[in-house]
Ligand binder design. Structure first.
Ligand SMILES: Cc1cc2nc3c(=O)[nH]c(=O)nc-3n(C[C@H](O)[C@H](O)[C@H](O)COP(=O)(O)OP(=O)(O)OC[C@H]3O[C@@H](n4cnc5c(N)ncnc54)[C@H](O)[C@@H]3O)c2cc1C
Length: 285
């Protein structure tokens, strides 16, 4: 299947891309094309113009950012997956990449494109929310920073305006935080049926802060606050983990589809919450 006709503009710089997006109100950036072209082929989206950002210099990098990491939006999945810096400073993202797509898709697809696509079953949004990432958006009018928690707004909907480019993803340093990612999917590399990404910070054996974030069981990646509340302030023992798992299952309102029904997805959320919390607690400190 071929996409509907569209105008093709190739940007050579960030400024050029931003100008093209501003001048063409029915345009979209084209990054790896792994999702956008498929959506166009299926007539799910019909942008009149694509602004190709693949040759824009300075949008593909992974570098230290204080204690954390800054990743250019055009960085390919496989470069993030195999980055020693990301593994050292945001191992939750590295762990999640074990479940994301296939080698050929990761060679072309970009982290920025993946986040802007905002597939409700995608793994990376859950990681971004769990670690408290910041997304840097740029337009001809300037730059702004959006917390990952506020970026994902619905299925395939984000806080980015049509004329904005996601330029950088900032992952904070993790200190002594514990972390774990787990998902259920039909086959390795498939989109998930349920995802949980967890971060935990303990002090004197008590939970100071917890994030339990779900994906694939709602309209977008979201914190499961009742599960977090069940953990904060207490010891992370079997009873607390069980309370959090039950709270997590009660906090989601999953859909049924041909891959799994809502009951299965809810049970998976409880199981993945248990599993990730145990691993995150072991990794604390
Ligand atoms: C077979 C297959 C399996 C896959 N499995 C998974 C999986 O398990 N998990 C998963 O998460 N993903 C999966 N994907 C999707 C893959 O990760 C895509 O690479 C990703 O979703 C989109 O990235 P892209 O760079 O290809 O973006 P594109 O397809 O080029 O763009 C996607 C959207 O983001 C917008 N966009 C792109 N870059 C920017 C930017 N810098 N600023 C603003 N807007 C931008 C585009 O306009 C478009 O709307 C799979 C894809 C395929 C084909």
């Amino acid at each position: 299947m071929k996409p509907p006709r569209f105008r093709y503009l190739r940007a050579e710089s960030v400024d050029g891309a931003l100008r093209a997006l501003a001048d063409n109100p029915d345009s979209r950036p084209l990054a790896g094309g792994q999702s956008l072209i498929a959506m166009m082929n299926l007539r799910l989206v019909r942008p009149a113009c694509l602004v190709d950002i693949n040759r824009v210099a300075g949008l593909g990098y992974i570098r230290e950012d204080g204690d954390g990491v800054a990743i250019g939006a055009l960085t390919r999945h496989n470069d993030v997956k195999h980055s020693d810096l990301v593994r050292a400073r945001c191992p939750l993202l590295t762990e999640a990449y074990e479940s994301i797509a296939h080698h050929t898709v990761r060679n072309r697809g970009t982290l920025g494109g993946n986040l802007c696509h905002a597939d409700p079953s995608s793994e990376t949004p859950a990681v971004m929310v769990a670690v408290g990432a910041t997304l840097v958006l740029q337009s001809v009018g300037g730059r702004r920073e959006v917390a990952a928690e506020d970026f994902f707004q619905g299925p395939y909907e984000t806080a980015a305006r049509q004329d904005e480019l996601l330029v950088e993803i900032r992952l904070p340093g993790r200190g002594a935080e514990g972390w774990a990612f787990a998902e259920v999917s039909n086959r390795h590399g498939d989109f998930a049926i349920a995802v949980i990404a967890t971060t935990l910070r303990l002090a004197d054996g008590r939970c100071e802060a917890a994030r339990v974030v779900a994906s694939a069981v709602g309209e977008h990646a979201a914190r499961l606050r009742p599960a977090e509340d069940a953990l904060t302030g207490g010891a992370i023992d079997d009873a607390a983990i069980e309370r959090a798992a039950e709270a997590a299952a009660g906090a989601v309102d999953p859909h049924s589809d041909s891959h799994a029904d809502a009951v299965y997805r809810r049970d998976a959320v409880a199981a993945l919450t248990r599993r990730t919390l145990r691993r995150a607690a072991e990794r604390c400190g």
